[in-house]
Every structure is written in structure tokens, then in C-alpha cells.
Design a protein around this ligand. Structure first.
Ligand code: G1P
Ligand code: ZN
Length: 544
């Protein structure tokens, strides 16, 4: 085999964000750009020679080219074994599971998650470590340092090979295994959930479901598990064929981008249960008939019902939620007598807690939930969790949520996203809020009295590492909160996220419209940040 050692120069913009490196496809196509980052991953590993890695992606545009480049580079760098999903496909949760199940040293996942795909859109790459989880900050920092100092990468001079058929072969000294992307994952799901009971649910005439795969990676997973294994009617999975550009859609399962599903669920004769997942299969949206379950409530309801689910029958050891996620789960944890941890945004912060068995369930307001079964959030897992709850209770989604509120109180919650704003304006807006933090404490704003106002910083309870500047928080004496953060996953301009929450204990006040219930806090949030003047935006791009 001939190994080429290619001279290169550093790119200054390869710092991984909330979830790996994401850029426009055209940016990834710049000569050496992808190769530099891949080589920096290899350079950051304690031992690349003889290592074993998983490789796959969400099938978006540029997936195949990148897989081939990475295979050639893995071979040149002495990687011993690559486990690749057939066709280069692996959902993020499936990749996490494969790393764990086959005891690999890590994996490279090609995805920009819920960002649109196609020649003009986004591509991404992230590295997961041996526990199956996203590389923690010390690892992403190491990778970043390598990207700033790189001068050469190694690549094998090799022809394109077939990754569309399962089997093992030698690729320039590297052992390649092409596996079915769904098999292992489907088996894991069948161990965690009561498939017989869910099968009975699908057999009952009163239960109907739609799952929107949004032309992204979960199509084959959902079709196999829901329709083939659990007996859901054919056609339950819609948009089930993965496409490189996700059919031109924005594969983000929320009320704005999963409009097709939302319309189906809100129609007069709509199905009883609806769900969707994102580009790489780690997010989920849960809907009942004309009813939306906020991801924060979903986490709390899963925690409260976990003991009904076979994989969690022994109870949960604790719960973790990202800081901006509503405090609904905290109330369940308190009642269960277990700890609820508050971490910065991003799944990588859950890894240590899961590894140390401090928590069993975790979730984020951004349509992500998961458990200790893998080290990523998991869209279909959440859907199956809900199916199992529905099969146990035989009640509607709305009934289950309302009953939960009556037992625990309701955390009204909304998130406003201002996408694609000017980066400098966004920085100035955040600086403007920061300046006010000290003076806000003790102030009364409308009906609300400020209890604390700070810049969230997190000390990991396991390795004591500290992550600063994780969002500006204003907390009120009644438990309400306003939080501001700039997104770490966008690829053009900046995205301002404003998270607003208010707790309502009184069941008679649980029927309010969320935007109305939070109206006053929303106005306060806009005024403090001076959003309109600083961004020129009257309204957010997306409200969830
Ligand atoms: C967003 C979400 C965050 C999630 C991440 C990856 O990050 O807010 O919760 O972990 O995507 O899916 P952000 O763009 O806010 O940095
Ligand atoms: Zn995702």
C-alpha cells in the first residue's frame, strides 16, 4: 500500500461546537479541510495504531465522500478495524451503541444533526469516545489544538470500495466490517421495552400512530422496529426514505419544521399518537391527538413512569437535565428521592454522570432525551418509551400529561430562537445583559422578583472540570426563569435562544395557552435583552 503524507496548513475555524464541527458542505470541500480535522482526531487519540473505530453518518450529502476519505486516512494512520454501517449509514444512537457493544475505542459520526442537508447546506463530523458518548471538552480541546498546529496528514492511495454490502474485507491493511445499521440497535430496544405489550397496543382498533422520519436517518430504523417488529400498520412511518437533502426539508422535529406531522395530528380524524425524529436520529418530538408534549415535560413523565418499563423496572438512580430545560423533572426526582443534576447544554455533559451511574435518565429541552442504555440522546428510544407507557396505561397522551401536571404541577415553558442574526450584534446583546446581572438581583419586574442573576458555570461532579459561560440566567423568587444563550451549533451568523419558564401549582390554571401563561415573562425577557433594537427582529424565527 502506498501512504501519502500530504503537507497542509492549519485552518483557524475548526473548534468543535456544542456537538462536533459543523460547516457548510462547500466549506468542508475546501482542499485539506476535512482531512485536517480527521487527522487531528487521530493525533489527539492516545493510541491510534491498532485502534478500532465505528464509522457512519446520517446519509446527508457528502456522507459517502467523507466515509471514503476517512477509510483511507484510517488505513494510513494504522487503525486496525473500522465497523461501518452499510451504505455509510449509522444513526447517532446506533453508533453510540455499536461503540459500546463491540467495545471499540471510539467512533466518527458524520452528521449536522437537524441542520438541513444538500450541496448548499450543512455537513458535520464528530468524535465519540470509548464510552460511546460525544467527546468531552478536554478531548475536543485537544482535537482543536491539533487543528491549529497541523502540518501534515496521512492518507492511503486507494480506490473507492463497496460499502453497500455487508461483510468483512481488508482495506489496505485495515479490517473493515460492513454491518447492518439497524440490527444491533433494534435488538437493544427489544431488551429495554415490552415489545409484546406494544404489539397488543398496535393491534387495538382505537390506537393509531404516525412517525415522521423527515426523510432522514431514522426511516429504516423506525420501519423495522415499528412496522416489522411491533406490527404497526404499514404507512405508520412517513417520509421513511432517507434522502441526501432530506427532501429539501429541515429535519428538526419541532412544531415549525415537522409541519406535515403536526397537520396530521391536529386534523379532525387524526391518529392518537405522533412522533418524529431528526437528521441523525437522536432527537424526538412527542404528540398526542391535537396535543404537544414539551420535551421538558416528556423527560419528567418518563422519569415518573420508568418503573413500568422492563429496562428500568429496578428504578432510576437519578435524573439530569440541561440548565435551560424546565424544572419539571426536578419535581419528579424529589418525589422519587433521587438526585436531579443540572448540566450545561449539550449531551457531552451527561457522559460522566451516566458512566458513574449517578443518573439513569437525562434530557434537554431541545427535543432530546435518553438513558444509560447508550451515551447519546435517542429519538426512537423516547418514542418506544412513550409507546410502552401508552401500552401500560391505555390512556391518551393528553390524559397522561394532564394527570402528571395535576400530581406535580405544571412548568409552563417556551423557547424563542432568533436565527441567523448578526454575530457581532449577538455578542453585544449578551454583553448588554451581562452588565445588568449584578444590579438585577432583588429587583421587582412586574409580578416577579429577581432571586438571582448570573452567568451559569458548571463543575462536573465526577472529574471536577469547570465549564464557564454556559448561559445567562435570571431566576425569580417563585421559581420562574429567563435564560439567554447563543447557539453553538449554527453555521451562519448567530442564533440567540431565550428560554422562559414559570411554575403553576394550581390545577385550575393548567389549561392556559403557553404563550399567554408566559406573556409577562416574555415581555420582561425582551426588554432586558433589548432584542428588537439590538437584532432588528420583532419576532423570533422559531417558537417551541
Ligand atoms: C442545540 C441544543 C442542545 C443540543 C445540541 C445538539 O445546541 O440547544 O440542547 O444538545 O443542539 O443537538 P445549541 O445550538 O443550542 O448550542
Ligand atoms: Zn441530532
Amino acid at each position: 500500500m502506498s501512504i501519502e503524507k500530504i503537507s497542509t496548513h492549519p485552518f483557524k475555524d475548526q473548534k468543535p461546537g456544542t456537538s462536533g464541527l459543523r460547516k457548510k458542505v462547500s466549506h468542508f470541500k475546501i482542499e485539506h479541510y476535512l482531512e485536517n480535522f480527521v487527522q487531528s482526531i487521530f493525533n489527539s487519540m492516545d493510541r491510534v495504531e491498532g485502534s478500532q473505530l465505528a464509522l457512519g453518518g446520517d446519509g446527508r450529502y457528502y456522507n459517502r465522500e467523507a466515509i471514503h476519505t476517512i477509510m483511507r486516512m484510517a488505513s494510513a494512520n494504522g487503525v486496525a478495524r473500522l465497523v461501518i454501517g452499510q451504505g455509510g449509514i449509522l444513526s447517532t444512537p446506533a453508533a453510540s451503541h455499536i461503540i459500546r457493544k463491540y467495545k471499540l475505542d471510539g467512533g466518527i459520526i458524520l452528521s449536522a444533526s437537524h441542520n438541513p442537508g444538500g450541496p448548499e447546506e450543512d455537513f458535520g463530523i464528530k468524535f465519540n469516545t470509548a464510552n460511546g458518548g460525544p467527546a468531552p471538552e478536554n478531548v475536543t480541546e485537544r482535537i482543536y489544538e491539533h487543528t491549529l498546529n497541523i502540518s501534515e496528514y496521512w492518507i492511503a492511495d486507494a480506490q473507492l470500495v463497496d460499502i453497500d454490502h455487508q461483510g468483512n474485507f481488508d482495506f489496505e491493511g485495515l479490517q473493515v466490517e460492513i454491518i447492518d445499521p439497524v440490527d444491533d440497535y433494534a435488538e437493544l430496544m427489544s431488551q429495554l421495552f415490552d415489545f409484546d405489550l406494544i404489539h397488543q397496543l398496535f393491534n387495538s382498533a382505537s390506537f393509531t400512530m404516525r412517525f415522521d422520519a423527515m426523510h432522514a436517518v431514522t426511516g429504516p430504523y423506525a420501519t423495522r422496529i415499528l412496522e416489522d417488529m411491533l406490527g404497526a400498520e404499514p404507512g405508520t412511518v412517513i417520509n421513511g426514505t432517507p434522502l441526501p437533502d432530506f427532501g429539501g426539508g429541515h429535519p428538526d422535529p419541532n412544531l415549525t419544521y415537522a409541519k406535515e406531522l403536526v397537520d396530521i395530528m391536529y386534523a379532525t380524524q387524526g391518529p392518537t399518537f405522533g412522533a418524529a425524529s431528526d437528521g441523525d436520529g437522536d432527537r424526538n418530538m412527542i404528540l398526542g391527538k391535537r396535543f404537544f408534549v414539551t420535551p421538558s415535560d416528556s423527560l419528567a413523565i418518563m422519569a415518573a413512569n420508568a418503573h413500568h418499563i422492563p429496562g428500568y423496572r429496578q428504578g432510576i438512580s437519578g435524573v439530569a437535565r440541561s440548565m435551560p430545560t424546565s424544572q419539571a423533572a426536578d419535581r419528579v426526582a424529589e418525589r422519587l428521592g433521587v438526585e436531579c443534576y443540572e448540566t450545561p447544554t449539550g449531551w457531552k455533559f451527561f457522559g460522566n454522570l451516566l458512566d458513574a451511574r449517578k443518573v439513569t435518565l437525562c434530557g434537554e429541552e431541545s427535543f432530546g432525551s435518553g438513558s444509560d442504555h447508550i451515551r447519546e440522546k435517542d429519538g426512537l428510544w423516547a418514542v418506544l418509551f412513550w409507546l410502552n407507557i401508552l401500552a401500560n396505561k391505555r390512556r391518551s397522551v393528553e390524559d397522561i400529561v394532564r394527570e402528571h401536571w395535576s400530581l406535580f404541577g405544571r412548568n409552563y415553558y417556551t423557547r424563542y430562537d432568533y436565527e441567523g442574526i448578526n454575530s457581532q450584534a449577538a455578542e453585544e446583546l449578551m454583553a448588554g445583559i451581562e452588565e445588568q446581572l449584578d444590579s438585577l438581583k432583588g429587583k421587582t419586574l412586574g409580578d416577579f422578583e429577581v432571586a438571582y442573576a448570573d452567568d451559569f458555570s458548571y463543575e462536573d461532579p465526577i472529574d471536577q472540570s469547570i465549564s464557564e459561560h454556559q448561559g445567562l440566567r435570571i431566576g425569580f423568587t417563585d421559581g420562574s426563569r429567563i435564560i439567554y444563550r447563543l447557539s453553538g451549533t449554527g453555521t451562519s451568523g448567530a442564533t440567540l435562544r431565550v428560554y422562559i419558564e414559570r411554575f403553576e401549582p394550581d390545577p385550575d390554571k393548567h389549561h392556559l395557552d403557553t404563550q399567554k401563561a408566559l406573556g409577562e415573562l416574555i415581555s420582561i425577557a425582551k426588554v432586558i435583552a433589548d432584542i428588537q433594537a439590538k437584532t432588528g427582529r420583532e419576532e423570533p424565527t422559531v417558537i417551541t
